[in-house]
Ligand binder design. Structure first.
Ligand code: BGC
Length: 473
């Protein structure tokens, strides 16, 4: 049967000069995802002073973006399944633009919050439409690494904002920062948003979506440009055959046939977050403050340099190996390494008393943890999420899984300060180790889920993966 042929086997040669720029444009969505997530860290203090915010409002001003993300991921499924993957990315670019302008200009906090939520919708849409688009336009044998590039863009976006924030903060005194400086921090987002929107214009629509919408000649043309005539013919037939069995409705998504991929998607999304990554992304500065007193470098900047540097470096290893070794081996090594690092951090928090020794070891294990995340759970989660659902419901399914990802992110970042607060039950009984132990337990759960439930998707076309669910029923 044609549909059973592996696209890895039939690809003659990938036209990288066509495919790479297209994928890089899509990863600007990842860059903006990182940019918009990261910008608040440098801006929150002057913003608080400017509007004289209470603790509650300060929390809401920084957390409201996640409400937007949740709304965005729930919207994006229907939009990208109905109107296409490219319009969805375009909508994200528009949201980023409107939010960058709107958050730079307000005279009251509620206007700021409204525009920040709009930015969150952009993040939600981009977090799904970018990996989905890349997975759908890329041949199976290089799909993992192309989607993984998006993780570098996310981390790069977070790092970029911190450098921009640092640069802006140095342009004036404290009074200027409170009145005007933070507005520039948000306003500079206009540049990547416009760039993303403009560069999206010449890139093609996803061939899988085009076939679903019966625009077959267009799809054929794009597939040919990607991998040559032979590849295009075989790929086209197998996509068509698979689509003929799909209905593309919410009912189909919740049907018995797709119960397993949906369960895997939601579990991986939640586990990516409850293993603790964003605690280090958002709250790492306190650890680095101790170090900065000896190095003289600004603590926040040092943190971004070291954490994001390690993240990027190890994601490069994932890009180089994800299509050779497969998704599961990377997940095993990475999740195990993260678990061990977390356990070590917990034990150190409970046993080491000398602050200098403690912060040195802490840094070592944080880097090991970040490296292991960058190698596996960071990029590979997004790779697997973009692969396991059938084309006709991919947008909606990804939206649902990612909704749980953002919710889990919210829960983790809300509960960490509570578990880490001086005088709390957790600190009284475990020093500051408790959250690390909890995240380590979730690493073990992740290992179990990958071992028992997640299929190896390396080298298989999206249609082959789809057919494997039917066989499991
Ligand atoms: C995660 C984000 C995280 C980012 C940076 C992404 O894969 O989904 O929650 O902030 O990686 O490491």
């Amino acid at each position: 049967m044609k549909t059973e042929i592996s696209s890895a086997g039939r690809i003659a040669k990938v036209n990288f000069s066509y495919l790479l720029p297209i994928c890089l444009v899509a990863t600007l969505g990842g860059l903006l995802f990182g940019y918009d997530t990261g910008v608040i860290s440098g801006a929150i203090e002057p913003l608080t002073a400017c509007f004289n915010l209470s603790d509650f409002m300060k929390g809401w001003a920084s957390g409201c973006v996640l409400a937007g993300c949740a709304a965005g991921v729930l919207m994006v499924g229907s939009i990208s399944d109905r109107f296409g993957r490219r319009p969805a990315m375009f909508l994200a670019a528009m949201m980023f633009l409107v939010s960058a302008i709107g958050t730079a200009m307000p005279n009251d906090i509620w206007t700021f919050i409204v525009f920040r939520i709009i930015g969150g919708i952009g993040i939600g849409i981009a977090s799904i439409s970018t990996p989905m688009y890349i997975a759908e336009i890329t041949p199976a044998n290089i799909r993992g690494r192309m989607v993984a590039v998006n993780q570098i863009a996310i981390v790069g976006g977070i790092a970029l904002t911190s450098f921009i924030n640092y640069f802006i903060a140095g342009r004036g005194d404290q009074a200027w920062l409170i009145e005007t400086g933070w507005r520039w921090m948000f306003g500079t987002g206009i540049v990547p948003a416009i760039l993303f929107g403009l560069l999206l214009i010449p890139i093609p629509e996803s061939p899988r979506w085009l076939i679903e919408k019966k625009r077959e000649a267009d799809a054929q043309r794009i597939l040919e440009k990607v991998g040559g005539a032979e590849f295009a013919g075989a790929e086209f037939d197998s996509i068509k055959a698979a689509l003929s069995q799909e209905r593309g409705t919410w009912g189909e998504l919740f049907s018995a046939k797709l119960r397993l991929p949906l369960l895997i998607g939601v579990l991986l999304a939640v586990l990516q977050q409850v293993t603790g990554i964003n605690v280090f992304m958002y709250f790492g500065a306190t650890i680095f403050k101790t170090m900065s007193s000896s190095t003289g470098v600004d603590a926040g900047l040092l943190q971004q340099l070291i954490i994001n540097g390690a993240g990027v470096l190890f994601t490069v290893i994932a890009i180089a190996t994800v299509d050779k070794w497969g998704r599961k081996p990377l997940m095993f090594v990475g999740a195990a390494g993260m678990g061990i690092s977390l356990l070590a951090m917990g034990i150190m928090a409970q046993t080491l008393t000398d602050p200098a020794t403690a912060s040195g070891w802490m840094l070592f294990f944080i880097l090991l943890y970040i490296g292991c995340f960058g190698l596996s759970v960071g990029p590979v989660t997004w790779v697997i999420l973009s692969e396991i659902f059938p084309t006709a419901v991919r947008g909606r399914a990804l939206g649902l899984a990612t909704f749980f990802l953002w919710t889990a992110d919210y829960v983790v970042t809300q509960t960490f300060p509570m578990m880490d607060a001086k005088g709390s039950w957790f600190v009284a009984h475990f020093d500051h180790a408790f959250p690390f132990y909890i995240y380590a337990v979730f690493c073990a759960v992740l290992l179990l889920v990958v071992w028992r439930l997640v299929p190896e998707t390396k080298g298989r076309s999206l249609e082959e993966i789809e057919q494997s669910w039917a066989r499991k029923n």
